[in-house]
Design a protein around this ligand. Structure first.
Ligand code: HEC
Length: 104
């Protein structure tokens, strides 16, 4: 692989690193969306009424901001929650600020 082939990858790197700081969305609205839709109730059922522990347990699945964005997208789609793109951004921002606290 020559350097020209690598150039697009190098461009993607800083965007990824700054993703958490530059997350679009509104965390306050995200909290409301998360709690009013089935995110909270389904996770509460799974955890015996302690939905937050899903995000804070040692063996949590999500380990970086890209993973968080991906998992919110997967749950939203697979569980047919029906949030639009802006709403997903708000929820990601809320979960990161309140629980995951990824800085990059
Ligand atoms: C019908 C059930 C259901 C609904 C609704 C649901 N989820 Fe989930 N969620 C799951 C399951 C199952 C997992 C995987 C748990 C595991 O691996 O132990 C999960 C995991 C997650 C995780 C990863 C937790 C970790 O381990 O780090 C996040 C983040 C998440 N969900 C966000 C959401 C959001 C945001 C919504 C609403 C838009 C949502 N989920 C709606 C069932 C649901």
């Amino acid at each position: 692989m020559n350097i020209k082939a690598l150039t697009p990858l190098l461009f993607m790197l800083p965007i990824n690193l700054m993703a958490a700081a530059l997350l679009p969305g509104d965390a306050t609205n995200g909290e409301k969306l998360h709690n009013d839709n089935s995110c909270l109730s389904c996770h509460a059922q799974m955890t015996g009424g302690k939905p937050d522990m899903l995000y804070t347990r040692a063996a949590r699945r999500v380990t970086n901001i890209g993973g968080l964005i991906g998992q919110v997208g997967v749950c939203n789609k697979m569980q047919k929650v029906g949030l639009d793109e802006d709403a997903v951004n708000d929820v990601v921002k809320y979960l990161n600020e309140s629980f995951y606290k990824f800085s990059d």
